[in-house]
Design a binder for this molecule. Structure first.
Ligand SMILES: [Zn+2]
Length: 983
């Protein structure tokens, strides 16, 4: 059977000559900009233009046939202390500017825009403000807002108090009540410094570059944050946010002259050149290797330590040095069979590679590091010796040429891949070029990998390249062995130190000081209570929403018992294969084991190969193969859920057959062994345990949803905190894995009896690949079954872990996707987030984040807080939704914004690798383009009455389920009967 899906109109996959605006020539002048260089970028079919303004501003423009336009402005920022000045400034910059004097133009713009990315980020030595969007008007709206925010921010004292730090009385207008410290960044960093990975990362920069800006915590160390004054923040802005210190970037199918015109008019015309010194000097070399130790707040003394051995290298902006270390690092550590990874893991000292490792080019002088985590205390000597001995042995015996070849193949594949999956490609390009650019390298280096790869290949033919680099590394005295240890007392000590700090600050206050605090609190409260007048900000209208979704072509046929979709796309010579197996009947034990099965599948052996051989083969011929478990839904029923296992792989077109063969082996003949499974379970446990404090909101939401939704209960079983508890029992010495291995074998046997869908995405040439080997895995008459899923008891659930902040959540089950109320519920979540939760929980409550979302397919609506210093208060905020909705605070402009924002979830950013398979799998799940367009059409007609009605119908207290992930067991004061478990 062959069906062709060629419904017009659709985005064509044929490669017509793109119509791009003309570019200026090198040496010419565009206004006050001098065009310094123009480079072809053949690998990405683009052109790079480098310009310099009279006042010193730099601009890089990458022109490509891509309608997802991108922009970023980046400033080198080199803080001299750990007060978090760069980070606090980053927050304040986004809180009102001369032209847009509203309290938070950034958050106000999010719902008024069709942006595909908006953010701001503070790294160790730079701060960047990037966005992307597929709408041209939106691009220029956002450009104006970003330029005004960064160059002409108001930097109000109130915004400093709110988002930086503040001292206030617990009852803000009562000077006899106790003092406390607050502020968004203050709380954000308390949360950030609670994860072992971020503590290790900061300590690593400090240990290796003790004399440079990297020794400081650019995000802010909570105890040091109060040393920053409001005036200090303003001075930092004046010194760093100047065109002479700015690196502008624009990308996509947009006219460069138009972009430059706007920048000239809005910014450049108001500045002259300024001398600045933001350069990072060389780190003076060590005369002998060092050891450093750092503690984090944690209680896992058996497996909570990490040891990392790190070296300083040469300049990361040097393209030759950069590529060589990138390749060498990949060869040594790139996969589980790699010659440094394998001995580290097989030593059994720890469970996984340390959170800092490999080649790191984010420092001006790069770094290389390797180590282990999941260690008991006092393993420093053993890990250091193991790393050094292994490297010494590799340097003596030489690296396997095949490994080097595999790695070079991976770099070739990476340089050709154009994908928006996970992150917009146009901004990925910016992050690739801006690092070397700011450090004095050429921005084109990162975009033109192939000439440098050719040079490396030639050097490798002439003689050993990597072994001498390793010998030089081993001889270098600029080495640090860094040990990270858990300290069960640290949280209490930090809290006592904070109390002491507050007490000292209080003791130092005179009457005038106390008056100042009262006045600050009053000013802040007044400012927060202001009705925001956002009419000055530009906005899109509902007319800008695309009503027609992409309809990429595919042709369908049977291969064996599987249904195959052949999807031609301009993939740049890559082939993508997805095999989705909808699972037949499984026992409860099998369902519980599915997440572990998928996690272990591609990391074990298959067919003739053990896990090492499989890892080597995967690296040599593919760009990676991954497995995941999905919970599928029906558009018209919440009762119908199904489970699927999806295996996804990609390869260069010439390796399509090899990819197919590997995926066949993985599905039909996986080889799990007890020794390997033990390693993988230990790694998974460590990774999940760490993720609790960085993604606690997702865990809390899942725990709440599991009380009301079948899909939610399945997710909780497979990937929630329940699965973490189960995993804990399977790890550690002497645990019995025979039962799990038996369950894995049953799953392998059951798989071919499911229903299989294959999606093959490739160029019009590569799409003819023979994948019949995959089709033959599946038995005729395959079918999908409904998995059993017992709901969790409906009782507020609290999970207590090492965390100074809380993650609070509430969930409701609502309606299926095609129910007429679903679009109104989606709009409701947008309104709750932007008009209610952010103000109440982030601005007033001091949490880092708050949100509401609807999983429209699962029908689950959740609200949650992120890194939240409050618990009871936040649940009161959640309970206040009806009062908020009846307060009349929602204006029709808010509704328009909410609808605009909601439309984005129906038309997500795609790229050639994802757009076709989304349609193919959607068509076969009932979520056809027509069903989604009907949803979109209904969404565009949602009224405020609809929103109020669905809130009153579905978001009732009787239907709600609650959960929190927190540092201390909650009290029962709030009237909640918490079920508390330590994790
Ligand atoms: Zn922040």
């Amino acid at each position: 059977m062959t069906t062709s899906h060629t419904t017009a109109p659709h985005k064509t996959a044929d490669l017509q000559a793109p119509v791009l605006p003309p570019l200026p020539a090198a040496g010419s002048q565009v206004g006050r900009y001098h065009v310094e260089e123009v480079h072809d970028l053949p690998e990405m079919q683009g052109t790079l233009v480098l310009l310099r303004h009279e006042n010193g501003a730099r601009h890089a423009h990458v022109q490509r046939e891509d309608d997802n336009l991108a922009f970023g402005v980046t400033f080198p920022t080199v803080p001299q202390d750990s007060s978090g000045v760069a980070h606090i400034l980053e927050h304040n910059v986004l809180m009102g500017s001369q032209k847009y004097p509203v309290a938070d133009p950034f958050f106000t713009m999010i719902p008024r825009s069709l942006s595909t990315f908006m953010n701001a980020m503070t790294a160790a030595d730079w701060t960047t403000y990037p966005f992307s969007t597929r709408n041209r008007a939106d691009f220029f709206n956002l450009l104006s807002v970003y330029l005004d925010a960064t160059f002409f921010p108001l930097l109000r004292r109130e915004s400093f108090l709110q988002d930086g730090w503040r001292l206030e009385f617990e009852t803000p207008d009562d000077p006899t009540s106790p003092l406390k410290l607050g502020g968004v960044v203050y709380n954000e960093m308390k949360g950030a410094m609670a994860t072992p990975g971020s503590v290790l990362y900061r300590a690593f920069g400090k240990a290796l570059y003790p004399d440079l800006t990297y020794a400081n915590n650019s995000g802010g160390t909570p105890a040091d944050i109060p040393s920053l004054s409001y005036e200090g923040m303003k001075a930092f802005h004046a010194a760093h946010y100047h065109p002479s210190n700015a690196y502008f970037y624009s990308y996509g199918n947009v006219a460069l002259e138009e972009v430059l015109d706007v920048i000239e008019r809005e910014v450049m015309s108001r500045f002259s050149a300024q001398e600045l010194d933001v350069s990072v000097p060389d780190q003076p070399a060590f005369s002998a290797p060092r050891r450093e130790e750092v503690a984090y707040a944690g209680s896992d003394l058996e497996r909570g330590s990490q040891v990392v051995v790190g070296w300083k290298l040469g300049y990361s902006a040097d393209p030759r040095e950069n590529l060589r270390w990138s390749v060498l690092s990949d060869v040594l550590l790139g996969n589980s069979a790699a010659p440094l990874t394998q001995p580290l893991i097989d030593s059994g000292l720890g469970t996984a590679l340390a959170d800092v490792g490999g080649y790191r080019d984010s420092y001006r002088e790069g770094a290389f590091a390797a180590g282990l985590k999941g260690l008991p205390l006092e393993q420093t000597d053993a890990v250091e010796a193991l790393v050094l001995d292994t490297l010494r042995q590799i340097a003596e015996e030489g690296l396997d040429q095949e490994l080097i070849e595999s790695s070079l193949h991976g770099f070739e594949l990476g340089s050709r891949e154009v994908s928006n999956a996970g992150f917009p490609y146009g901004l990925g390009v910016m992050f690739g070029l801006v690092g070397p650019w700011m450090n004095g390298g050429h921005p084109a280096n990162a975009l033109r990998l192939e000439p440098e790869l050719e040079r490396l290949r030639a050097d490798l033919k002439a003689g050993p390249v990597f072994e001498p680099m390793l010998r030089e590394l081993l001889d270098s005295p600029h080495r640090v062995t860094l040990t990270l240890t858990p300290d069960p007392e640290l949280a209490a000590k930090t809290e006592a130190d904070e109390a002491e700090q507050v007490a000292q600050m209080g003791a130092a206050l005179d009457d005038a000081g106390r008056e100042r605090i009262l006045a600050d609190s009053a000013a802040l409260a007044q400012w927060q209570a202001q009705e925001p007048d956002s009419t000055v900000l530009p906005s899109l209208g509902l007319d800008d929403v695309t009503r027609q979704l992409p309809r990429p072509d595919y042709a369908e046929e049977r291969t064996g018992a599987a249904l195959l979709g052949r999807i031609p796309q301009p993939t740049g010579g890559l082939t993508y294969l997805d095999v989705q197996t909808r699972l037949p009947e499984l026992s409860a034990a099998q369902v519980e084991a599915l997440g572990l099965y998928a996690g272990a599948l591609t990391q074990s052996g298959a067919g003739e190969r053990d896990y090492l051989a499989l890892a080597r083969r995967t690296e040599a011929v593919t760009g990676g193969i991954g497995a995941s478990i999905g919970v599928g839904h029906a558009p018209d029923s919440l009762e119908h859920v199904r489970l699927s296992l999806t295996l996804s792989g990609k390869a260069l077109e010439r390796n399509g057959a090899a990819l197919t063969e590997l995926m066949r082996d993985l599905l039909a003949e996986p080889r799990f062994t007890e020794a390997r499974l033990r390693q993988l379970l230990d790694q998974r446990y460590a990774a999940l345990k760490n993720s609790v404090v960085s993604a606690g909101n997702a865990y809390a939401e899942r725990l709440a949803a599991a009380q009301v939704s079948r899909a939610g209960a399945l997710q909780e079983t497979m990937s929630g905190l329940t699965s973490l508890e189960r995993l804990k029992g399977l790890t550690g010495k002497g645990s019995d894995l025979s039962g799990l291995l038996g369950t894995f074998a049953q799953i392998t046997q059951a798989l071919p009896h499911g229903e299989a869908l294959l999606a093959l995405t490739a160029t019009p040439h590569g799409v003819d690949l023979d994948v019949s080997g995959l089709g033959q895995v599946f038995a005729a008459g395959g079918h999908t079954a409904q998995p059993g899923a017992a709901l969790l008891d409906r009782q507020p659930q609290a999970r207590v872990t090492d965390s100074p902040v809380s993650f609070n959540a509430v969930a409701w089950e609502t309606v299926p996707f095609s129910h007429p109320d679903s679009p109104a519920l989606l709009v409701l979540t947008r309104l709750l987030r932007s008009e209610y939760l952010l103000g109440e929980i982030r601005e007033k409550g001091g949490a880092y984040g708050a949100g509401a979302s609807l999983d429209s397919r699962a029908g689950v609506l959740t609200m949650s807080s992120y890194r939240d210093p409050q618990l009871d208060r936040t649940f009161e905020v959640f309970a206040g939704v009806p009062a908020f909705l009846s307060s009349g605070r929602i204006k029709s402009s808010h509704l328009t914004e909410a609808v605009l924002g909601a439309s984005k979830t129906l038309d997500p950013l795609t790229s050639p690798d994802t757009v076709g398979r989304m349609r193919f799998f959607g068509d076969h799940a009932g979520f056809t383009v027509e069903v989604k367009e009907a949803y979109l059409a209904r969404l565009l007609t949602v009224t405020l009455d609809d929103v109020n009605r669905v809130a009153a119908t579905y978001l009732t207290p009787e239907r709600a389920a609650y959960a929190t992930v927190t540092g201390k067991a909650p009290t029962q004061d709030s009237g909640f009967d918490w079920a508390v478990q330590e994790i």
